[in-house]
Design a protein around this ligand. Structure first.
Ligand code: ADP
Ligand code: MN
Length: 254
């Protein structure tokens, strides 16, 4: 079948990939028909050349390392089309004024979720927040710039033991700067800012924009408060002399 052939190429099965690799195992487990069609579509257009490894497996999505049609490094986030997070995703999307029509069917809801993350990445970039550049999306598959060199860049959480107070102070200022700039200039809030969603690669890069939304969203204040609390609590524990979250919140919301 046509799609199967395309998928074999995407997985590199035509040549060297052994069928017991981690990549193959994960792919076998989570690539349903929709995912295969989406990958095949992106492959035909050169947005995905080949997937080469698994960066992360989560309950909502798996992230793969790969190359595009020209051999440039990419990261590919593949959302599960069946997720136990349906309710949460539905609630987040229902509150977003940018989303007009909300599909009832879980698969299609995940497509909306994926597209929204792509749009969020584009929007955040406009406000000078360093993010993986979004390159393409199709249904539940999002293609973006790969952050890292040979291996994916570490998360702040992965390297925190090697950092000193001065590093944490700098990262704190950076992160608070992101929150403020997004809110004030971009009318936007990330909603899941933490040591797990900051990659360190010649400076911090903010990832995982699926729950980010706009200020007009009725949940935006709650998300802003959450980001401030989490970030301030984390850096406070690392010894940084941090702001008071409630004061900062009032300052931003005015
Ligand atoms: P989730 O937390 O919902 O599973 P993320 O978007 O945070 O999804 O991605 C999961 C992990 O994949 C991240 O913690 C990071 O290690 C890795 N990752 C995500 N995007 C990239 C990227 N563009 N480049 C390199 N690694 C990435
Ligand atoms: Mn994450």
């Amino acid at each position: 079948e046509l799609i199967e052939r395309e998928i074999e190429e995407v997985l590199g099965l035509r040549e060297r990939r052994e069928k017991d690799s981690e990549l193959y195992k994960i792919a076998n487990e989570v690539f349903d028909r929709t995912t295969k069609e989406s990958l095949a579509h992106l492959h035909k257009r050169g947005k995905i050349g080949e997937l080469r490894g698994v960066i992360s497996t989560g309950k909502e999505a798996n992230v793969f390392a790969g190359v595009d049609g020209e051999g440039r490094r990419i990261a590919v986030k593949v959302y599960r089309t069946y997720t136990t997070e349906f309710r949460r995703i539905w609630e987040y999307l229902a509150a977003d004024p940018r989303i007009g029509y909300l599909p009832k069917d879980m698969r299609k809801l995940v497509f909306v979720w994926t597209r929204r993350e792509f749009k969020n990445l584009q929007r955040a970039m406009k406000y000078a927040v360093r993010v993986p550049e979004p390159m393409a999306f199709r249904n539940n598959v999002l293609v973006m710039e790969f952050i890292g060199d040979e291996t994916p860049a570490p998360r702040l959480k992965d390297v925190e033991r090697e950092l000193e107070l001065g590093d944490f102070e700098e990262l704190y200022d950076f992160t608070m700067g992101v929150i403020e700039r997004l809110w004030r200039r971009g009318d936007m809030v990330h909603g899941d800012l933490s040591e797990y969603n900051l990659l360190l690669h010649d400076g911090p890069v903010v990832i995982d924009w699926s729950q980010a939304t706009v200020r007009r969203n009725r949940m935006s204040l709650e998300l802003l408060r959450r980001d401030l609390r989490n970030v301030i609590a984390y850096f406070g524990k690392k010894g940084v002399s941090v702001d008071n979250p409630d004061e900062k919140f009032r300052e931003l919301v005015g």
